[in-house]
Design a protein around this ligand. Structure first.
Ligand SMILES: NC(=O)c1ccc[n+]([C@@H]2O[C@H](COP(=O)([O-])OP(=O)(O)OC[C@H]3O[C@@H](n4cnc5c(N)ncnc54)[C@H](O)[C@@H]3O)[C@@H](O)[C@H]2O)c1
Length: 438
């Protein structure tokens, strides 16, 4: 089989299908990426992926030439990026580039779309292929649901496999590849398959913004959102997943897919009010960290703030849509000096966060700092509230954007501590008004 696009989805797809015994030809357009892969280097940080590549090297081939893929492969998985345009729509230029490069192809093959694309893309691809004399090229939508950081496990043990086909036999061919995984199969039409991917991500971001708003109310009324989420999540109609309050979602998929679905609706004449609110809540949530710092430190001008964790989530070096990309410039706009640490994403972050001082260790980042902000819940931060950190900091203040530390332990270690939706060290406004009244 062929894989076009050697990013997170393409590399995981290639390695996992190779592990299932298939020979896979992988094509990318970035020469350094292809050279690195051919030399046995995996250019992304994804747990388990490097081992899988090493174990299946003889079944994996890398090329810059799409001709090498279509020459040998009957099924070609399209895994190119579909980043957001300024309008919020998905940029499909990489998808169209692949279609255009197929011109003149004589053999029959089936294109399998793994990239996340707007609903209706399948129909547009079909029309484009037909217009280029490629009516014999089949098309199947097979959206990918992997999550970075756990991508290999997600691919090998998926919750479901979705296959949307124009021709029954093409869909069956793709579905059979997943038989060894034993996952539930949703066989449907192409438009519904495209919508399942976008609606799934919309459901997840809605839950995140929901619990974050509950957290914000908890802060005002003195409740603990972690307790609330546990109690709510035990209701089987709700379930426990994606009910962790924090500083908001990020990443390469959630922000762009939410905005793409909102735009698809708007372009079709529907104002998706709920999703619009979900997106806005998420933007505001990142910025609440600034208010928490100001509540303790007053003006941030001249203060040093250490951002701990820069990648959008732990166990990845992906900086796309990371909350740190909003927090650092917001802090610098307030006049703060920003230090930053991440165990794997420093190199990626350097290019994106101009004006930030980068540190190779947590201790270096918090030296003489007025506050440490947990932005990404890296396991290395579990013992942040240590005496070394306390002594290194000018003001021992921790703002935990991921609720990963235990408030009582952190405060007992001599830190002022703020988290999300859990009782604050400072009096909440409603409690303060009660105290004043009495
Ligand atoms: N990253 C995720 O967690 C995830 C999960 C599910 C779905 N998706 C979707 O999968 C798609 C790919 O995401 P990603 O994170 O792997 O992207 P990525 O940016 O990491 O990788 C895309 C790759 O495609 C290559 N490329 C661009 N044009 C090409 C062409 N014409 N031929 C060959 N290669 C080309 C790029 O050089 C890059 O290496 C997106 O649509 C995304 O929304 C991503």
């Amino acid at each position: 089989m062929g894989v076009v696009g050697a990013g997170w989805v393409g590399l995981v797809t290639a390695a996992c299908f190779a592990e299932l015994g298939h020979r896979v030809v992988v094509r990318d357009i970035v020469p350094e990426r292809v050279e690195a892969l051919a030399a046995g280097e995996v250019p992304i940080h994804e747990p388990g992926l490097a081992d899988l590549f090493e174990q299946n090297r003889e079944r994996l081939e890398f090329t810059l030439d799409l001709g090498d893929v279509v020459e040998t492969a009957g099924l070609v998985f399209v895994c190119v990026g579909t980043p957001p345009l300024p309008s919020g729509d998905a940029d499909l230029s990489a998808v169209w580039q692949v279609m255009d490069e197929l011109a003149g192809l004589e053999d029959r093959l089936v294109l399998v779309m793994k990239s996340t694309v707007p609903v209706g893309t399948g129909e547009r691809v079909r029309a484009r292929l037909d217009a280029r004399g490629l009516a014999h090229v089949g098309y199947v939508s097979n959206p990918e649901f992997l999550a970075e950081g756990t991508a290999v496990g997600n691919f090998i043990a998926p919750d479901r496999v979705v296959v949307g086909a124009m021709a029954e036999e093409d869909g069956d061919r793709v579905a059979r590849l997943y038989d060894p995984l034993g996952a539930p199969l949703v066989k449907t039409d192409v438009a519904s398959a495209e919508m399942i991917k976008l609606a799934s991500n919309a459901a997840l971001v809605t839950r995140i913004s929901f619990i974050n708003e509950i957290a914000n109310v908890c802060e005002l009324v003195g409740a603990d959102v972690d307790e609330v989420a546990r109690g709510v999540g035990l209701d089987h109609r709700v379930g426990p997943h994606f009910l962790r309050a924090g500083i908001g979602y990020g990443g390469s998929c959630f922000p762009k897919d939410a905005s793409a679905l909102k735009q698809i609706a708007a372009n079709s004449g529907y104002h998706f009010q709920l999703l619009t609110a979900v997106i806005e809540v998420n933007e505001l949530q990142k910025r609440r960290v600034i208010q928490k710092l100001q509540a303790h430190l007053g003006q941030l001008r001249g203060r040093t703030v250490a951002l701990l964790g820069l990648a959008f989530k732990p166990h990845t070096n992906d900086m796309r849509g990371a909350p740190s990309l909003v927090l650092a410039p917001r802090l610098m706009t307030e006049g703060a000096i920003v230090r930053a640490w991440d165990p794997v994403a420093l190199e990626e972050a350097r290019a994106l966060l101009v004006g930030v001082e980068f540190s190779d260790s947590v201790l270096e980042a918090v030296e003489d700092a007025d506050a440490a902000v947990v932005v990404t819940e890296w396991p290395e931060l579990h013992d942040l509230a240590s005496s070394d950190v306390r002594q290194a900091m000018r003001t021992p203040l921790i703002v935990d954007g991921r609720n990963m530390l235990d408030p009582a332990t952190v405060r007992a270690a001599g830190f002022a501590y703020e988290s999300v939706g859990r009782p604050s060290g400072l009096l909440s406004p409603s409690v303060r008004s009660l105290t004043t009244a009495s």
